[in-house]
Structures are given as structure tokens and as C-alpha cells.
Design a binder for this molecule. Structure first.
Ligand code: FAD
Ligand code: SF4
Length: 668
């Protein structure tokens, strides 16, 4: 083979970075061919850059090593592909076996095709994620005839259980099986220094959550935090910092409390008892106790005691015993980003959507997008335009409805309202005061990574087992704060990536060497979401000069974190590092400080773009989620959040969707 043959050169590079014990010609051939195949399918990904030599691999050893590590460990740990240290762990750190699987509660037979739907429904629910699933169930239970329209599909389950590099938590930048796919539109993103870039959906800056049946809940980590009472009154409690649009919610914690309790009982949240000093009163305890403690959890618990820091188990939408017709968690080693093999993790696809289907009143149409909401007299919605692609052929349909429930996620909900502009509402629906799309927020994270001198990874999922809520509020000189918890069990590929990226192992450490593999079992991370202090300029707009393959204008993301967020981020990183140090970690890497200005926030915890309020001049929906001036359009997803709490948002999305959809079912 000629010397400049690309496969040959890649083989040599792989041999250089792989531990000699693994560098057989059979394995290096496999890795080279696989890397080229993955790189060709995603030329802009790190894999694509390495295989096409877009980056100088010799000056970017970390990029090359992580790419080799990704492919080495991509489906778990093949016994022939690990060194002596990981060999005893092959069975645990691997995808679940077929015999462990419980059937999904929704399959293709429950889903409609475009030519099977009717021309009229009582309600259309746009999006089948956290908010959409709850809303569909509330309406269907009250006898409404409901069509749920979901942009994503029901992906092949085997792939969602085995493909480590195609999960939304993989840093590989390959399109995740939880959507969107390679046929999705780019977004325009405004970066600091006024640089606007066209960004593909596989890039983190695109701000993806998940676009699949069940939305984010299909693959999420299921941390199920209530927001604290203070989270609903951030402006009153802290004042409004310069440049921010911090505001109070128009409802209180007490208003939402009964709905938090009902979601916890109904879908099944495990954890408790809560020792959160900022927690509000609860009308019921969680229905299930926590997962068993882990060795790392015990170290952190003892350390927290010595530090006089309060801890509690992480509340999870995960069954710790058979509950609500679903099995208990088997603590497999891959949770966040993957399908749950036994259905213990509650998502819309195995809770609210099957319940909506069971009423006989619900039709679910996957692979379809609502492209426009149509408006009739008096500002009332009359129907929606649907578009899709079936076996390569575009189709379009119109349906009439008397209620529209918008639950497409914060970015897409704002996009759809803006793109439904008409002569009477030229700036978009609900946007007479230029509020739609503003206050975009998510969660920037603080945290720290560490190495111990002994194994702390027990490979028992999901991973987060211990948390502290002490730093949610009451931090001197900081607005808000956030919870801290230990992280999910990383995939082998992600563990290796984190070790290289944080410098916990030197970039010359060979992939698959005893040093690298030992570190993978001694690696720990604590992290927490910062309650962001949002501003008006953080927003979604449309780029009307560009459209997707269906002619829909594409979204443009703008804005930056507020400087106050960086203070909170540093606080959470410092506290994480202190906690790990006290627990006995030998080397600690605090998350680097974020440099201001940043790009826009959003991503998996995206929220805020259809702010709920009592005043139409400063909000998009009223306290019952109704779009100002369009009473029969309600918004039931994270976009209505005024602030996004210092904790993961999904329980609040679920509880609020329950509150407003039950109200709509009764009153419309
Ligand atoms: C890997 C991962 C881990 C996470 N872990 C946690 C966690 O531990 N705890 C937590 O609180 N949160 C977590 N989240 C976030 C959580 O999933 C989201 O907060 C939640 O799902 C948002 O709910 P939503 O109703 O706003 O929208 P989504 O759940 O995002 O649902 C919106 C749906 O609308 C569909 N859609 C969009 N546009 C259209 C259109 N025009 N027509 C039809 N359909 C459309 C999308 O395809 C999508 O399925 C995680 C998310 C991910 C991806
Ligand atoms: S660890 Fe997560 S994915 Fe695995 S069984 Fe438990 S809930 Fe399901």
C-alpha cells in the first residue's frame, strides 16, 4: 500500500496512541475503518477532522486520542478491546442484554400515518415531550379528541440501547438517535464579537434537547427537582441586576405544590427524605425510597458531614421498586442518553402518552411538524398546517381544531409562534409587544472532576445518588446558586474523554493503557446547574432569509449569560472541588471559569422564550398559559418558565403542564 494512503496513515496514528498490548493489526484495521466511516458521515465532527486531517493531529494529540477512545469503547467494552484493568468490568460496563428488556409501552402499531388522520380534532398538541405528554393526557381524559403531532420518530430501540456515540450526551458530535437527524435544518447562532455562524444540529451550540417520541424525557437523566419557593420570586428576593430582565413568576410555589405532588405520585419519583434547607412544604412524601448508596456516595456523605454540609439522595423519576405498572431499576451502567431497558425511568413514552392512548381519544402522529398555526376571527386559532416527509416524499395537510397546545420545547415553540405571522399579526402570534423568543435561558454548570487513589466507580446506574441543596440560595455576593450532585455513570468513551479534556491524565497517556483504564475507574465528578439571571437580549428570532426543507424560517439564537451567572458558576465549581477534596480525591480539576460574553444559553434545559406573566407588555402567556390575544392557544412546555431554578427543570415543566392543561380542559 502506498505510503500516503489515508487508511495506512491513520493506522499508524492509531498504533502510536494505543497501548502496545492492544495494537494488533486486526484491531487497528477495525478502528481505522470505523473512524473513517464515522468521520465521513459527520465531516464537521472531531472524528471527521481527525480522519480528514482538517486539524493537525500531531498538534492535537487529545483530539486523536479521544477519537480513538470513542471508537474503541463505542458499544461498551468488547473483551478483545480492553486492557487488563478494565477486563473484569466488561460485563457491567456494557449494554444490557436482550433478556433484560421490558417492552416499550408504545410501538409503531400505536402511531398514525399522515393519511390516517382526520380533518378535525378538538385539540392539537404540538410536541410529545414532557409538557406535551401531560397535556395530551389531561385533555384526552376529559373526553377531548386529541391529535399529538411529533416532529421526531420512534427510533430503533436496539440502537438507543447500544450506540454510545449517538447519544445526546456523547461529545462525538455525531447525530444522536434521539434526534434531530442529519436532515434537520441549521440554526444561526450569534457568538460574541458579532460573529453569526450557521450551526448544524449535531453541534452543542445548536441548543438541542431531543426530538423524538417523548421529547427530552425519552433519554433524559430523570433528576426530578422541585423549584424552591424563592425561585418563583427572584426579582423581589434579589433585586434586578443591571442588564437583566429577572422577574417573579405570576404564580407561587404554593400554587404549583399540589401539581408537583401529583406528578411525583403519578409518574413515580424516588428519593427522599428531603433535607433541602430551601425546599417548600410538601403535601406528600415521595412514593419511593432512594436507590442504594454507592461507594462514592458514602465517601461524599461522610465528607459532607465533616464539612457541616447537608445532603440528600437525588430525587429521580426512576422506579426503585415496581411502580405504576413499570419495573424497578436494575442499575445498569448506561442511563442518561440511552433508552431504559426495563422502563424504570419514567418518560412521556411510558407514562402520559400511553395513558392518553388508553382513553381511546388520542392519535399520535410522529415524523410530522406543525409549520404554522392558523388564526381566524377574534384572534382565535382555527387549525394548523402539518408537513412531513414520508419515504422521501413531502406531504402537507391542514387540520381544524378548537384548542392548540404548544409544547415544542422553548426554541421551537417561539420559532413556531414567530413563523405563524399573518397580516393582522405581522410580528408573529402573541408578539404584539415583542416578547416572544426573549429571556432564553438554560443552565450553565459549575462543577469539578477528580481522581481518587482507589476505585470509586461501581458502574451502577444511574449514578447521581447524593446531592446538596445548601447552595441553591443564601450565597454571599451571588444571585441564586444551584444544587450539586455527583454525575451519571459515564460511558467508557465519555470517561476517557473527560480524563484527557480535564488533564487528569496526561495527553501522552496511551489509550487502553493501565494508567488510562485505572483512571477510568477512579474518576468522579460533581456538578450543578446555575440559576441563570436572564436578559431580554437572550432570544430566539427568525432568519427569514433562510428556510428549512419545508419552507419554515430557521431559528436564530442570540445573547449571552449575565455576568452574575459567572459568579454563581464559580461558586458551584469551588464548592464541588472542596467537597471532592474532603472526600479524599487526590487530584482535582475545577471547571474552568467561563469568559464573558458567552454565546446564548439554552440546550437540554432550554426555557423562558414564552414568559408567563400578569402583564401582556412583559410576557407572552397569562398565568394559565394562554397566549395573550389568542385565548385558545396555550403553551405547556419549558418556554413559559420565568426563571429556571437552580435545579433541573423537568418536574416543574410536568407540574405546570398539568396545572394549565387541566384548567384548559375544564374551561375551553
Ligand atoms: C440527555 C438529556 C438529559 C436530561 N436530563 C434531565 C434531568 O436529569 N432532569 C431534568 O429536569 N431535565 C433533564 N433533561 C431536560 C428535559 O428533558 C427537558 O427539560 C424537557 O424534556 C423539556 O420538556 P418540554 O416539554 O419543554 O420539551 P421537549 O421534551 O423537548 O419536547 C418537545 C418536543 O416537541 C417536538 N417538536 C418541536 N417542534 C415541533 C413542531 N413544529 N411540530 C411537532 N413537534 C415538534 C420535538 O421533537 C420534541 O420531541 C435532559 C435532557 C436530555 C436530552
Ligand atoms: S440505570 Fe437508568 S437506564 Fe438503567 S435500569 Fe436504571 S433507570 Fe433504567
Amino acid at each position: 500500500m502506498p505510503d500516503n494512503d489515508p487508511i495506512d496513515r491513520l493506522r499508524r496514528d492509531i498504533t502510536d496512541v494505543l497501548d502496545p498490548s492492544l495494537a494488533t493489526s486486526e484491531l487497528t484495521d477495525h478502528l481505522a475503518l470505523r473512524m473513517i466511516a464515522l468521520g465521513t458521515s459527520a465531516p464537521d465532527s472531531p472524528m471527521g477532522k481527525v480522519t480528514s486531517r482538517k486539524s493537525d493531529v500531531h498538534s492535537s494529540q487529545t483530539e486523536l486520542r479521544t477519537a480513538v477512545g470513542d471508537v474503541l469503547y463505542e458499544h461498551g467494552l468488547g473483551p478483545d478491546r480492553v486492557g487488563s484493568v478494565l477486563a473484569p468490568h466488561v460485563d457491567e460496563w456494557s449494554p444490557p442484554t436482550p433478556s433484560q428488556l421490558a417492552p416499550l409501552q408504545i410501538d409503531q402499531r400505536h402511531l398514525a400515518q399522515p393519511d390516517e388522520i382526520d380533518v378535525a380534532y378538538d385539540a392539537v398538541v404540538i410536541g410529545s415531550g414532557a409538557g406535551g405528554g401531560v397535556a395530551a393526557r389531561s385533555l384526552a381524559k376529559e373526553g377531548w379528541k386529541v391529535l399529538v403531532v411529533e416532529r421526531g420518530s420512534l427510533p430503533d430501540r436496539h440502537s438507543m440501547l447500544t450506540e454510545h456515540l449517538h447519544t445526546p450526551r456523547s461529545a462525538s458530535e455525531l447525530f444522536p438517535f434521539s434526534g434531530p437527524g442529519s436532515d434537520s435544518e441549521t440554526r444561526q447562532v450569534l457568538f460574541p464579537a458579532h460573529r453569526v455562524r450557521s450551526v448544524r444540529a449535531s453541534r452543542p451550540e445548536w441548543g438541542n434537547n431531543a426530538m423524538t417520541l417523548g421529547g427530552g424525557t425519552r433519554v433524559y437523566g430523570a433528576q426530578a427537582w422541585r423549584f424552591a419557593p424563592l425561585d418563583f420570586t427572584m426579582a423581589t428576593s434579589y433585586g434586578i441586576p443591571d442588564g437583566s430582565s429577572l422577574a417573579d413568576w405570576p404564580i407561587t410555589y404554593e400554587d404549583l405544590e399540589p401539581y408537583y405532588s401529583r406528578i411525583e405520585q403519578d409518574l413515580g419519583v424516588s428519593g427522599g427524605p428531603s433535607r433541602d434547607p430551601w425546599d417548600g412544604p410538601r403535601s406528600a412524601e415521595l412514593p419511593m425510597g432512594p436507590l442504594p448508596p454507592s461507594p462514592l456516595g458514602e465517601l461524599l456523605d461522610a465528607a459532607a458531614d465533616r464539612m457541616n454540609m447537608g445532603t440528600q439522595p437525588v430525587p429521580m423519576l426512576i422506579n426503585t421498586r415496581p411502580y405504576a405498572g413499570r419495573r424497578a431499576c436494575i442499575q445498569c451502567s448506561q442511563c442518561v442518553g440511552f433508552d431504559c431497558p426495563v422502563g424504570a425511568r419514567a418518560g412521556s413514552h411510558n407514562t402520559t402518552l400511553p395513558a392518553a392512548l388508553a382513553t381511546g381519544n388520542t392519535t399520535i402522529l410522529p415524523g410530522a411538524q406543525v409549520a404554522r398555526i392558523r388564526i381566524g376571527s377574534g384572534g382565535l386559532a382555527t387549525g394548523v398546517d402539518l408537513v412531513g416527509d414520508r419515504r422521501g416524499t413531502r406531504w402537507a395537510r391542514q387540520i381544524t381544531v378548537r384548542l392548540v397546545v404548544l409544547a415544542a420545547g422553548a426554541i421551537e415553540s417561539a420559532r413556531l409562534l414567530l413563523d405563524s405571522a399573518n397580516d393582522e399579526h405581522p410580528d408573529g402570534l402573541g408578539n404584539d409587544t415583542d416578547q416572544v423568543g426573549r429571556h432564553l435561558q438554560g443552565h450553565t454548570y459549575g462543577g469539578a472532576s477528580a481522581l481518587f487513589n482507589h476505585n470509586v466507580v461501581d458502574l451502577k446506574g444511574p449514578g447521581p445518588i447524593i446531592s446538596t441543596a445548601d447552595f441553591r440560595h443564601g450565597n454571599d455576593g451571588v444571585i441564586g446558586g444551584g444544587i450539586l450532585a455527583n454525575e451519571f455513570v459515564p460511558t467508557p468513551a465519555n470517561a476517557l474523554r473527560s480524563l484527557y479534556d480535564t488533564g487528569l491524565i496526561d495527553e501522552t497517556t496511551p489509550v487502553g493503557s493501565p494508567t488510562a483504564e485505572r483512571a477510568m475507574l477512579r474518576f468522579a465528578r460533581i456538578m450543578g446547574p446555575v440559576q441563570e439571571v436572564t436578559s431580554e437580549g437572550s432570544r430566539i428570532r427568525l432568519d427569514r432569509r433562510r428556510s428549512d426543507r419545508f419552507g419554515r424560517s430557521i431559528a436564530r439564537l442570540e445573547g449571552t449569560l449575565h455576568p452574575e451567572d459567572l459568579r454563581a458558576q464559580e461558586l458551584l465549581s469551588t464548592r464541588s472541588a472542596e467537597w471532592l477534596r474532603e472526600a479524599g480525591a487526590s487530584t482535582i480539576r475545577q471547571m474552568p471559569k467561563v469568559t464573558w460574553p458567552t454565546g446564548p444559553s439554552g440546550g437540554q434545559h432550554q426555557a423562558g422564550t414564552c414568559r408567563m406573566g400578569a402583564d401582556p407588555r412583559t410576557s407572552v402567556v397569562d398565568p394559565m398559559g394562554r397566549l395573550w390575544n389568542h385565548e385558545n392557544i396555550i403553551v405547556a412546555d419549558g418556554s413559559v418558565h420565568v426563571t429556571n431554578g437552580g435545579a433541573n427543570p423537568v418536574l416543574t415543566i410536568l407540574a405546570n403542564a398539568l396545572r394549565i392543561s387541566e384548567h384548559a380542559a375544564r374551561t375551553h
